[in-house]
Design a protein around this ligand. Structure first.
Ligand code: M6R
Length: 601
């Protein structure tokens, strides 16, 4: 959701900025733009609604400079038009600004500017920043930007260039990431490492409230912070031989799972080592309740995690969408452990929930994939997910590792309570076997692809499951609708006859999660009810489940320990969504209207 790039150095900035923007496309956007400071000292801007490739194709002649900023915009204030695309400039055209985030008091500031006769040329909140920087009276550009930011409320990652201050870009961060990349006699700016890692692995991740002045030779940050070397493989940001990032990331799940488990399993005591939690055994025992907060699929995995924690630790646990939680003036209990779960670590609803809990004195741990991200930094401790960069909007390997992160946490909470060492060892052994079993699921892809092609013809589908299987069904429906644009609705299987059964018909298939567990017989009963009404069935199940007498398309996954089954049952649903979307010829990595990181409320 919105991306920023910037460059200063001896090379022409334009191709570097365009390449950087292309690498940020996965964040989701509907327009793109560039501003450069020409060698003659003028600010030139090119921007338009549409793709980065459209911007590149339509650039004016001799559009070049050794200093520039670029942006991909995901519309919030005003539609996706050329005028609303960033960069935004002041009335004189000497200041250009790109901005991620939301300025909450933009309407007031726009009205004030209009009263002063300042011509506003867009519907955006960002435009006010350009006018405020232009009107600032300070001597340096950094101080001008600071003065402007003193008048706005909200969140920002931003970059500013000014014709009166050639040779520098000023950047600032507050609730939206901004990273500097240190090159050799050149500097880069980006809102995401994906745009930097091909150029440099020496970076500075700005803290909230921090500003920096960047020149070709280096940078100064308002906190005096220096650069750090990051351990990242630039190839992990490429799709390589895979036809899409989602396909690649699905296939990476066994190795991602190995990464999140590595060094954290204790076979002897049947428990886990999670140093980053900052929670000793006494504090863990004092936890009376666990509350999990996340958005979208991270919330659904949070529901799986709540189930695991209740089963293994016998501590009441539930999950709630972070986007709802903070708006209901939540009661924060000091003996509740709050868990924020996020792949990107940027989701603003989750970040604001974390801040609200901590403001009220609650303890929050994070299950986060992106190291050093805003949510990771805002928490008291946590478990990094080590899934590697996830580029596709539809999350897969990060969700798998979230589940495993919850399993590690549940095991630890369980083992300081009543979970026996034997049960602990049983689960540790099962966790060690999971990556191999994930490979077995992936090996059934051709059969799943065939079923997916049939499902792609349906306009509307149900996904159903019970207890451990219900969040699996919710996640399956989410994945299907995100990338196929088909209506896919999840229900607890037990709820079908309380309403949705009315919709079951030959043209409405149901994907049912039927593991071999204490509910198998009841689940099979529901399958018969669906079949009796002519509803086509796809059943994701275990080999020993007997479906004799039912006409179903069956997908078998290997069994694990019953508590860990949800993660293996989820993988075929990713493949179903993927192959259905492929059959429909859709742009799988860039689903319409969606963004990888949802940085606005
Ligand atoms: O980065 P996060 O895990 O905080 O993102 C939360 C959701 O926006 C995300 O899971 C979304 O639902 C995905 N597109 C799911 O595939």
């Amino acid at each position: 959701m919105c991306g920023i790039v910037g460059y200063l150095g001896p090379q022409d900035a334009v191709p570097i900025l365009l390449e950087g923007l292309a690498r940020l496309e996965h964040r989701g956007y509907d327009s793109a733009g560039l501003a450069v400071l020409t060698d003659a000292g003028a600010v030139r801007v090119a921007k338009r609604a549409g793709r980065v490739r459209d911007l590149a194709a339509g650039l004016p002649k001799r559009f070049a400079g050794h200093l520039g900023i670029g942006h991909t915009r995901w519309a919030t204030h005003g539609p996706a038009t050329d005028a609303n695309a960033h960069p935004h400039t002041d009335a004189s055209g000497r200041v250009a600004v790109v901005h991620n985030g939301i300025l909450d008091n933009a309407a007031t500031l726009r009205a004030r500017l209009a009263e002063r006769g300042v011509p506003l040329t867009s519907d955006t909140d960002t435009e006010v920043l350009a006018h405020l920087v232009a009107a600032a009276t300070a001597d340096t550009l950094e101080e001008k930007v600071r003065q402007a930011l003193g008048q706005v409320e909200g969140t920002w990652g931003l970059a500013v260039l000014h014709a009166d201050h050639p040779g520098e870009i000023v950047v600032a961060c507050n609730g939206s990431p901004l990273i500097l990349g240190v090159g050799n006699g050149e500097m880069y700016v980006a809102s995401d490492l994906a745009a930097l890692v091909r150029h440099t692995t020496r970076v500075v991740m700005l803290e909230d409230g921090e500003l920096a002045t960047v020149t070709a030779d280096g940078f100064t940050t308002s906190t005096g912070k220096g650069a750090q070397e990051i351990d990242v493989d630039p190839d992990s940001y490429e799709a390589g031989d895979h036809e899409s990032f989602m396909r690649k990331e699905i296939s990476e799940q066994p190795s991602a799972a190995e990464s999140v488990l590595r060094g954290r399993l204790d076979e002897r005591f049947g428990t886990t080592h999670l140093g980053g939690l900052n929670l000793d055994a006494r504090e863990s025992r004092a936890v009376r309740r666990v509350k999990i907060l996340g958005c979208g699929s991270s919330y659904y995995v949070g529901q799986m995690g709540a189930g695991l924690i209740e089963e293994l630790a016998r501590v009441p646990a539930d999950a709630e969408p972070a986007s709802e939680f903070r708006y209901r003036n939540p009661i924060i209990e000091l003996d509740t452990l709050y868990v924020a779960v996020s792949q990107s670590g940027e989701t603003v609803d989750t970040l604001l929930a974390v801040q609200e809990i901590r403001r009220k004195g609650g303890r929050v741990i994070g299950l986060v994939n992106v190291v050093g991200s805003a949510i990771a930094r805002a928490c008291d401790g946590g478990i990094y997910l080590h899934a590697g960069p996830e580029v596709a909007v539809a999350s897969t390997k990060a969700l798998t590792n979230m589940f495993l992160g919850f399993a590690l946490l549940a095991l630890q909470l369980g083992r300081v309570r009543d979970l026996s060492v034997a049960d602990g060892r049983r689960l540790v052994a099962a966790l060690e076997q999971l990556p191999g079993k994930m490979k077995e699921v992936l090996d059934t892809e051709p059969q799943i692809a065939e079923i997916a092609r049939e499902l792609s013809r349906a306009e509307s589908l149900f996904f159903v499951g019970r207890v451990r299987g219900y969040p699996v069904a919710r996640e399956g429906a989410q994945k299907f609708k995100e990338i196929t644009y088909r209506h896919a609705e999840a229900y607890p299987t037990s709820e079908l006859k309380h309403g949705p059964l009315a919709l079951i018909a030959p043209e409405v298939p149901t994907v049912a999660i039927v593991p071999a567990d204490e509910l198998t017989e009841r689940n099979i009963g529901a399958l018969h009810e669906i079949a009796a009404r002519g509803g086509p069935l796809v059943v994701v199940t275990h080999p020993e489940v007997d479906l004799t007498g039912l006409d179903v398309r069956r997908i078998d996954v290997p069994r694990s320990e019953v508590e860990l089954d949800p993660v293996l049952l989820t993988i075929p649903l990713q493949l179903l969504a993927y192959h259905a979307a492929q059959e429909l010829g859709l742009d799988i990595d860039k689903p319409r209207n969606l963004a990888k990181s949802v940085t606005v409320e």
